[in-house]
Design a protein. Structure first.
Length: 395
């Protein structure tokens, strides 16, 4: 026998947990299904998630107005999520976007300014020597400028955010089933979801929010056009005696016309081992993971040594004064959609999908989850305030 709900969310990551909270807040009977983080990644045979980390950049300023609005609405609800759950996950250290100054062929900062002005965000443009004077930790090429958002920006702890969303969803009545989904079966008037530990739940509609694992043939009735890319992140340890020197350092996005010169970087963040790490990401090339087994294999590994060496070079260039105590690197994945925004739509009459972070969704996950919740509650997505319909594309 299976327990029946109004909605079942498949995937207990940042988007799925957010959708469950919004559905529970609306009074729906909802089950959130997905495993916890494995303790032994190298020998884990099941699914993974990209939120297994302590730091992701959050900011409104963006070169795309859709992502800027998704972020702004999510950030505005951070206090609400923290109050409902009792979990702190947001650190307002500010965010700097550095790129070639306006007026050249690469118009990234101009687009950031337009999106900023559209939402009325306080994030001034800084040019010339002002960048080095205000941010002494960094060195940028000649001709660079920066847009700095001091308030409502910084970084979130994605592990803590998922925990906060899950606690809040449970508080408002959601059932959380910490197990991997192995099948989604459509019935005449419901969808049956089965888990690895033989738990069964059914609902009139389900929402699959499984990140890159949405490629699984067990979850969706037809394959969606989702490109999953392997990513490597580098961690540079900052010794306890050096931490005071990084007080006031913001999160940083370095944008360039070339992929191999673009990166993101976070200030020293505490991790479970009691140490503080500066994290940098920005793979120089793309490695496509074409199947769910390939994604599992990548997560079980250590990442790319070549990409890590490239990141060490980027880090040495932007922070020449940094002397890490140690460095190490880890794997991650990023899921890209055809149009560059999340997929939020039905793939059959009772099964909807919510996936495709495009490397930008951590900060915006609460608003993306709210849109997913609205989709399954209303039977259609009404998001006229966005310059896209978030439509699902298929292979």
């Amino acid at each position: 026998m299976s327990e029946s709900f109004d909605f079942v969310i498949v995937g207990k990551g940042m988007m799925g947990a957010a959708a469950a909270r919004h559905l529970a807040l609306a009074g729906a009977r909802v089950a959130l299904v997905g495993p916890d983080e494995p303790e032994d990644r190298a020998n884990h045979g099941g699914v993974f998630a990209s939120h297994y980390d302590n730091a992701r950049i959050t900011r409104t300023i963006d070169n795309d107005p859709v992502w800027a609005r998704l972020a702004r609405r999510s950030i505005d609800r951070y206090p609400e999520i923290a109050e409902q759950s009792g979990v702190e996950f947001y650190f307002e250290v500010g965010c700097l976007i550095a790129a070639p100054a306006p007026g050249g062929a690469f118009d990234y900062l101009e687009k950031v300014e337009r999106a900023r002005d559209r939402l009325g965000v306080d994030a001034p443009l800084i040019l010339g020597d002002g960048v080095a004077e205000q941010f002494p930790w960094f060195r940028f090429p000649n001709g660079y400028g920066g847009v700095h958002e001091a308030r409502g920006a910084g970084y979130i702890n994605p592990r803590a955010l998922v925990r906060a969303q899950t606690i809040a969803a449970e508080k408002f009545g959601a059932l959380v089933i910490r197990s991997e989904v192995v099948s989604v079966e459509k019935g005449a008037d419901h969808v049956l979801v089965k888990t690895l530990d033989r738990h069964s739940v059914s609902a009139g509609r389900i929402l699959v929010a499984a990140g890159g694992f949405s490629l699984s043939e067990a979850l969706l009735p037809q394959p969606i056009d989702l490109t999953v890319k392997a990513r490597t992140v580098l961690f540079a340890e900052v010794g306890p005696d050096d931490l005071a020197g990084f007080a006031g350092m913001p999160s940083l996005i370095g944008a360039a016309p070339e992929q191999d010169r673009s990166y993101y970087l976070l200030p020293p963040v505490a991790y479970a081992d009691g140490r503080h790490y500066i994290k940098i990401g920005g793979d120089p090339t793309d490695r496509i993971l074409k199947s769910e087994p390939a994604i599992r294999e990548w997560f079980r590994g250590s990442g790319s040594a070549e990409a890590a060496d490239h990141l060490r070079g980027l880090l040495a260039g932007v922070m020449p004064g940094l002397r890490p105590v140690s460095t190490h690197f880890s794997p991650c994945v990023t899921s890209f959609t055809r149009h560059g925004y999340p997929y939020i739509g039905f793939v059959s009459d009772r099964v909807a999908v919510l996936t495709g972070g495009n490397g930008q969704a951590a900060k915006s996950s609460d608003e993306i989850g709210r849109l997913g919740a609205a989709l399954v509650m209303d039977g259609r997505l009404q998001a006229d305030e966005y310059e896209t319909d978030f439509a699902v594309a298929y292979r």
